[in-house]
Structures are given as C-alpha cells and as structure tokens.
Design a protein around this ligand. Structure first.
Ligand code: CP3
Length: 366
C-alpha cells in the first residue's frame, strides 16, 4: 500500500525481542504472546503474596512488584512481562487519595468535579512514582539474558490514558454511565460555563504527569509502553474526537519520542478503531467482540494489532479453547504485526493450566 511506502515502520534495534519486532510490524519467527492481567488473582503464587500485602503495598515495594511480575511471566512462558502496578498510582502525587475496597474496586474519596478541583491537582511530584521504575529495573535485569529459544523477554511499562484516568478521578471509582465525566467534558464546549476550562486543564495536567511517569519507566528499561484507555468504548466517535483524541495523541507522541513503541488499548472499541489509529500508536489492542481481521481492517495497515481472545474462553473445554486460538491465528494469517493476547484481562477463577495451554498452542501454531 502507498501509505506503507510513505510511512515505514520504525526499525527495531538489532537484537530486539520478537515482541518488540511485532510491535513494529517486522517479521518474526513466531507470533509473540502475553496476557492482560497475567499476574493477578487467578494465580495461586500471586494470592500467596497478596495474603501478606495489600495491592498498593505490592505496587509500592519494588522487590515484591518485581517478584510478582517475574513469577507470572516465567510460570506462563510468555514473551513479555508487564510490570505489576496499577492505573491509579499517579493519583497520589497529584494529591488525590484513593483506596481499593474489596469487591468494589477503586474508590477516590474526593472526586474531581469542578475547575477549582482541577486547579488543585499537582503536577510537580511525579518523581514520587519512582518505585515503579525501580521495579522495572529489577525485572529488566532479571530478563536481560536471552531465554532457551534465543529470544529476550519484552518488558512492558504502562500508564492510563487521559480519558480513562479522568473518569476515575471524576466519578470517584468505576462507572456505568460516566455522567459526571461527560458533563465536565461537555462544559468545555460552553465558553460561559464556570467549568469551561476544567476538562482541557485536567487533560493538560494528566499529560504532564503521565509523560514524566512513562519517561521514568523507559529510562528504567521498559521497551514498550502500553496506554490503557480501558473505558474509551463508553464514548461516541464524535465525543472521542472532540474531547479525547487530541490529548491522547499528544501523550502518545511524547512517549514515542522516547524511542519506544506504544500499544493503545481499550474495550468495546470497534467503532473507534479508525480514529484510534490517528493517535499515532504503533499497536492497537482489539477486544474479542470484533473478528481480528475486521478489527485490523478498521485500524488500518499502518498499525500492528494485539488480541483478541475472549478471556472467558479460558473457562471453555479444551477443544473450544483450541478452536478459538487457531481461529485468531488464521485471521491474523501470519501477517507481520500481530501480538497474541486476550481482548481484556484474565479474570479471577481462570484455570492457570488453560492459560499455559494457550501459550503452548501459540508456540506450536503461531
Ligand atoms: O499482570 C497484570 O496485568 C497486573 C498489573 C495490573 C493491575 N492493574 C494490578 C491489579 C494492571 C496492568 C492494571 C491496570 C488497571 N488498573 C486497569 C487497566 C486494565 C484493564 O483491566 O482495563 C484498570 C481499569 C485498573 C483499575 C483497577 N485496579 C480496578 C478497576 C481494579 C479492581 C478490579 C477488581 O476486579 O476488583 C483494580 C485492582 C487490581 N489491580 C487488581 C490487580 C491484580 C486486583 C485486585 C487485587 O489484587 O486486590
């Protein structure tokens, strides 16, 4: 295609892992594989650590976060390790208190609802997030040497996207309808409104903190950054374009300028994929609702794709699981730029053996 001739993919540095090469749409010996939430409550080794530490303690103790990251990657035999951390960690240095309430997910005690609240958010303390970089350093050191197959493991750092992080700040937790988030977004279209400047200022502050946070992770050895816009699927294409595309594009541009590929991920995003590819991300995450080939067509030939097995397929009989994995590989058709993953995170209760089975299938047929 003409567009591919005019805008060639960046070239992977020599010796790059198959995971990094696939992010840049370069040929690989086989499809790389890793899983969203690969270190989590489905895994007995994680639950054993969790017995003695809260989620935030694990995140904030580099040695423990690194151990959880390494254990999951080695147990599963995947091609990349995502650093154990959480999307909401940057809230603390910004001055927003939150906690994880069992069974309810995250709770932000004083949600951001007005211009004054946004003005009070701090952007000058991102260095307090250095514990995540410290954990990445330990993980990168551990996986420095090539594995038995000669390939090195990819090290993935991550952060939230402006919209998804803003939604937690504004709603105060998980949400169904994102009413307050959208109200603040829409207020920016009414110049006379007292909160007209709140949304753009919030986007600007998030971009500032996330840029510094991502830079720390890259300096520490992350060779790819995944930007989670998990809940962008709640937006119409018009609202995404009017309120989120520019800040997301700016963040991704800044991270790519650090010399690493960016994976941009959301759920329920089929209608948004053509717009997502305008962000400049190297890789787009596909959820399981869209067949992989259709999703890739929507994303365009200029990006790699990551996905897209339904995580609940990991509860299916082996024959069904195997059929679904092979179906995804067939739809990808060995075209350079496919990273096998789930469409969203592994859920608690998932049999570990079935996750390992998928890795084996990819090693055989990918
Ligand atoms: O291997 C890994 O992927 C684990 C690292 C990781 C965690 N959170 C640890 C975690 C990652 C990549 C995240 C990102 C994250 N955090 C996202 C984006 C990914 C996605 O799923 O779309 C989001 C939306 C969050 C915010 C968050 N953290 C929620 C909504 C919850 C509650 C989930 C629930 O079911 O209770 C969390 C808690 C959390 N973060 C857990 C883990 C392993 C589970 C809770 C625990 O161990 O106590």
């Amino acid at each position: 295609l003409l567009s591919e001739i005019l805008v060639p993919a960046s070239v992977a540095p020599p010796g790059s892992s198959r995971f990094v090469r696939a992010c840049l749409r370069q040929p690989v010996d086989r499809t790389p594989v890793w899983f969203l939430r690969q270190a989590g409550r489905y895994m007995p080794e994680y639950m054993a650590v969790r017995k003695n530490h809260s989620l935030l303690e694990i995140c904030r103790t580099p040695q423990v976060a690194a151990e959880v990251t390494i254990t999951a990657a080695e147990r599963l035999g995947v091609d990349a390790a995502i650093i154990f951390a959480d999307l909401l960690l940057p809230f603390t240095p910004m001055g927003l208190d939150f906690e994880f309430v069992n069974g309810e997910g995250p709770v932000v005690h004083q949600p951001v609802r007005s211009l004054a609240h946004v003005e009070a958010l701090r952007t000058d303390r991102a260095e307090e997030l250095g514990y995540v970089a410290k954990a990445i350093e330990i993980v990168a050191k551990h996986f420095e040497a090539p594995r038995a197959d000669g390939d090195t493991l990819g090290i993935i750092g991550f952060c939230g996207a402006p919209f998804t992080l803003a939604s937690y700040m504004i709603e105060g937790g998980s949400s169904r309808n994102y009413i307050d988030t959208k109200k603040l977004m829409y207020a920016s279209s009414l110049p006379g409104s007292p909160d007209a400047k709140a949304w753009p200022l919030l986007m600007e502050k998030l971009i500032a903190v996330l840029t510094e946070y991502a830079q720390q992770q890259v300096n520490a050895g992350a060779d790819v950054i995944q930007v989670f816009d998990s809940w962008a699927g709640a937006l119409s294409v018009s609202d995404y374009r009017d309120y989120c595309l520019a800040p997301t594009t700016e963040l991704i541009k800044r991270i790519r300028a650090m010399g690493v590929p960016v994976i941009y991920f959301g759920v329920d995003t089929a209608s948004l994929l053509p717009t997502f590819s305008e962000t400049g991300a190297d890789v787009l995450g596909l959820d399981w609702r869209v067949p992989l080939d259709e999703g890739w067509k929507l994303a365009g030939s200029g990006v790699a794709v990551q996905g897209n097995l339904d995580p609940i397929t990991l509860f299916a009989p082996e024959s069904v699981l195997e059929a679904r994995v092979k179906e995804i590989l067939a739809l990808a058709n060995k075209r350079p730029g496919h990273i096998f993953n789930l469409g969203h995170g592994i859920v608690p209760g998932t049999p570990v053996d079935n996750v390992i089975k998928v890795v084996e299938l990819i090693k055989q047929h990918g």
